[in-house]
Design a protein around this ligand. Sequence first.
Ligand code: NAD
Length: 255
Amino acid sequence: MKLLKDRVTMITGASRGLGKALAVRFAGEGSKVVLAGRSYDAMNDICRAISGSGGEGSAVRMNVQDPESIRAAVDEAVELYGRIDILINNAGISMVSPSESLSYEDWNNAIGTNLTGVFFCCQAAARHMIDRGTGGCIINISSTFGKTPVPRRAAYCASKAGTDMITRVLAAEWAEKNIRVNAIAPGYLNTEFIQDLKRQGKLDTESLNRRIPQGRMGNVEEITGLALYMAGDEATYMTGSVVYIDGGWTAYGFV
Ligand SMILES: NC(=O)c1ccc[n+]([C@@H]2O[C@H](COP(=O)([O-])OP(=O)(O)OC[C@H]3O[C@@H](n4cnc5c(N)ncnc54)[C@H](O)[C@@H]3O)[C@@H](O)[C@H]2O)c1
């Protein structure tokens, strides 16, 4: 029995990394998936692979920094499949800089993508969920950096701490509309996001691994199962939760 048969899931930033893994996993569980992002060709390739495995998926263009583009993408998803049951706010960017030299533009870029973008995607999808009257589920991809202060990551940490807070606010506000809002806060995951930082010399993965209690970074496949649980029928009493999957990082209190 497929866990998400006939549901419609929209996933932002689904062209690679965690977003791609979520799209493939949700499609495998019977959900129609809408991959929303800027890398249209990459998302179409993923949709073709999903179709090849018997699933159903479509790509829509969306820049989460642009509220008009968010509204248009959500409308397009609703036009394609009639509704959105599940929204996963996954799109995100990293921002590493000494705080004394962090530019106004870089600060706004991180906050605009990781926090403002998440809020307006929640708003656009929730408007449809509320109009339809059957509720829905929102999952925000946060980070352990929303909890642990990390030097040279002021904008990124602030954006993820803000994401945790809007998760709780919206959960409380939209509970009466039957919309559940939760967040997953991963520790370091071995994705292109991390490979990019490594290439730029902004991350020493060997010393990092020594500081993670489990001694390694996580894989995206170790995150998708929790998203599936949060979206499914067994999590109907779960809302406003921020759940860490981090190899013991936050338990140990590392920075
Ligand atoms: N990789 C990690 O170690 C890690 C750890 C904790 C949290 N996260 C979070 O997980 C999420 C996914 O990370 P990932 O590692 O897969 O990163 P990634 O860089 O591989 O993927 C991010 C995706 O977001 C998209 N994106 C960026 N800006 C966008 C915009 N303005 N509009 C639309 N799409 C946009 C990118 O094109 C890409 O598809 C992010 O929110 C990130 O903060 C990642």
